[in-house]
Design a protein around this ligand. Sequence first.
Ligand SMILES: [Zn+2]
Length: 269
Amino acid sequence: MTTATPTAASPTDGPADGPRRALVVMAHPDDIEFSCGGTVANLADDGWRVSFCLVTSGDKGSKDDTFLAWDLARVREAEQQAAAARLGVAECIFLRWPDGFVEDSAELRERIVRVIREQRPDLLITWDGYRGFNHRDHRTVGLVALDAAFPLARTPHYFPGHADAGLGWHRVNTVLLTGSREPDYFVDVGRQFDRKIEALLCHASQVQSTREELSERMRKRQAEAAAQGRIPWAEGFRRLTFGGTAAPTRAAALRAVAERAAAADDPEG
Ligand SMILES: [Zn+2]
């Protein structure tokens, strides 16, 4: 039996000036609310600017074969936006890869690196791609998002064309992997119980339970966790950190290189 320790709700050591930023990269609409909706709500309550990036719009997520895939995707994007609003998140970015066919491609790596360089998050949350048995898209998105954060987004020579669009390289300080078989970091989300239920219910095409049924199921799980000595209402992650200082801007880095070159050329220097 392991006893988890609750931690602060703001799980990163990024720059303290200005609102901190988090980016959640997941495979399908509803992945976030099931796996880390409480953590997201904690961050939003604590003043973080959080954005969601959904690689697919979940166009295979129905057993009703009269539903056209594109119609289902539109319904699920609307559900995701409603759920995000419940959690205090304003921005959802939909990449619209086909559900079930996400591959670890250079195209997807470039796209997620671009989102990281646009959003400039201190904290990235994504699936644990090393978990083993899981939805294929979850595994793939987890691996690609982690590769995108380290080393791709922080290294200017990857996708240098981004600079032409005014996007500098960016260092993510902390990554939280959800769905991990070996979580080592737990966020106490007890205060978000009702909000998590509300956000889950926004996914009406996926969640057939009533509010009462869903709340009852969650409370039962909570009681089981407490009986086993675990935190009754926590979300667990594997946590990776990549250094706590803010990255220098691209312009500052280039200036430093130019100054070193000028000093080397100057025999008096
Ligand atoms: Zn999923």
